[in-house]
Design a protein around this ligand. Structure first.
Ligand code: LAC
Length: 237
């Protein structure tokens, strides 16, 4: 079901969206697709590891931004994995850590992504992601999505992660837009949607799993179950 949520700011008319920027991990790419590699490496502990890994990866982005100690997303992701392994009591060999990390470079795209991007093809599309340029390049190439995006904007350029406005700012800047609300930002991560909304983007929350919205006064402009519904809602530019 698609739910268009009320937009309280009359300036932010959907018709004014000049470009769309997508979050990468969890929105285009399924971070849980590392599960099969993790099951082979860590057996019955794999599911807990994968869940904790993602959680810690995100926490470390927030911590590093708040501390003003930027380390790239590859580093943060590896440290998240090390934490998850320690938390469940798995003493992994360095080769196993390397193999699990390598799985992050070839994540599956969600099944709705290619079709939705193709039907949004008349629009200017970008990725705006915490990922390091190398990680994003690898994931985009491995999923065969390279042709769709005019820009892949990485936190590396801002040296700070979401939800810092210093990073979101690069979206409209890179795309040459006059105002933040001319950028439609699409993410499955509710906290990322709230951050983008706070910055001033038009926002779409892709609710890929059952979870409540963030209890903040920053509601998305549109809520959809998948990216096909986004394309349907936006229609032609
Ligand atoms: C990203 C993380 C937040 O791609 O999923 O930026």
């Amino acid at each position: 079901m698609t739910t268009a949520l009320p937009n309280t700011d009359s300036d932010r008319d959907r018709g004014e969206i000049r470009a769309l920027a997508f979050d990468a991990y969890g929105t285009l790419f399924d971070v849980h697709s590392v599960s099969s590699t993790c099951r082979r490496l860590f057996a019955e502990q794999a599911d807990s590891i994968v869940r904790l890994w993602r959680q810690k990866q995100l926490e470390y982005t927030w911590l590093s931004s708040l501390m003003g100690r930027y380390r790239d997303f590859w580093w943060v992701t590896e440290r998240g994995l090390r934490y998850a392994l320690a938390a469940v009591g798995v003493a992994a060999k360095p080769e196993a850590v390397e193999e699990a990390m390598a799985a992050y470079l070839t994540l599956d795209a969600y099944p709705d992504v290619a079709e939705a991007l193709a039907s949004l093809g008349d629009r200017r599309l970008a990725i705006l992601s915490n990922g390091s340029p190398r990680m994003l390049r690898a994931a985009v190439e491995s999923a065969g999505l390279g042709d769709h995006f005019e820009h892949v904007i990485s936190a590396e350029t801002a040296q700070v992660f979401k939800p810092s406005p210093r990073f979101y700012r690069l979206g409209p800047e890179t795309l040459g837009l006059d105002a933040p609300w001319q950028l439609g930002f699409v993410s499955s991560n509710a906290w990322d949607v709230a951050g983008a909304k706070a910055y001033g983007f038009w926002t779409c929350w892709v609710k890929r799993r059952e979870a409540p919205a963030e209890a903040l006064d920053l509601s998305p402009d549109l809520e959809v179950g998948n990216l096909r519904q986004l394309a349907y809602n936006l229609g032609s530019p």
